[in-house]
Design a protein around this ligand. Structure first.
Ligand SMILES: [Zn+2]
Ligand SMILES: [Zn+2]
Length: 191
């Protein structure tokens, strides 16, 4: 099963494909050169994969932002992201298919007495255009006061409010990643 949709990257919605198998889901993006030269036979590169049993979908309420019409959030360990479909029908069909596949994958694990992973999904990044002020100190973002994303909670903060790094087990157990001051202060409270 294959889905066409647009994935929210830092600044743009870019066309991607999701491939749904019985146990895993793969995300792929087209080769940039094929897009530039408008190639008729576009090659795709796998950029992300997750066990279906670890996956969940959050629906996005339409009135949040026009940008998010027909969008959902795909939540999984390591990476969570917004995807947007062309039509409401495509959106609903895809949600049903993906949710059914998740249920089947979990059932299969249970029948083999394997429990699903307890890893938390990674936080989804608040889109850049949603805020022009830091969520913590309220300073305005400018060319010099750039936007940063906390890897723990996904919020948009300024560099002063994101100067700390820590291990975020839902993303990586090896690398220290940028976090906001609030998550840093709560680091011993959250799992
Ligand atoms: Zn700040
Ligand atoms: Zn945070």
């Amino acid at each position: 099963m294959k889905f066409k949709f647009k994935k929210k990257t830092r600044h743009y919605w870019k066309p991607h494909l999701l491939f749904l198998f019985s146990d895993v889901i793969l995300l792929s993006r087209p080769s940039s050169w094929d897009l530039v030269f408008k190639s008729t036979d576009i090659r795709y590169k796998i950029t992300w994969k997750s066990d279906l049993a670890d996956l969940s979908i959050d629906e996005v309420s339409d009135n949040q932002d026009k940008e998010l019409t027909n969008a959902i959030i795909i939540k999984a360990p390591v990476k969570s992201f917004y995807v947007r479909f062309n039509t409401l029908t495509e959106l609903n069909d895809s949600i049903n298919l993906i949710n059914d596949a998740i249920i089947e994958a979990k059932k299969k694990l249970r029948s083999r007495n394997l429990r699903t992973s307890t890893t938390l999904p990674a936080a989804v990044w608040v889109p850049d255009e949603f805020q022009d002020r830091c969520s913590l100190c309220n300073s305005s973002f400018t060319f010099l006061n750039r936007k940063h994303h906390c890897r723990k909670c996904g919020s948009l903060v300024c560099s002063n409010c994101s100067s700390k790094k820590m291990i975020i087990s839902e993303i990586s157990t090896t690398y220290f990643l940028k976090v906001c001051t609030k998550c840093w202060e709560n680091r011993f409270l959250t799992p």
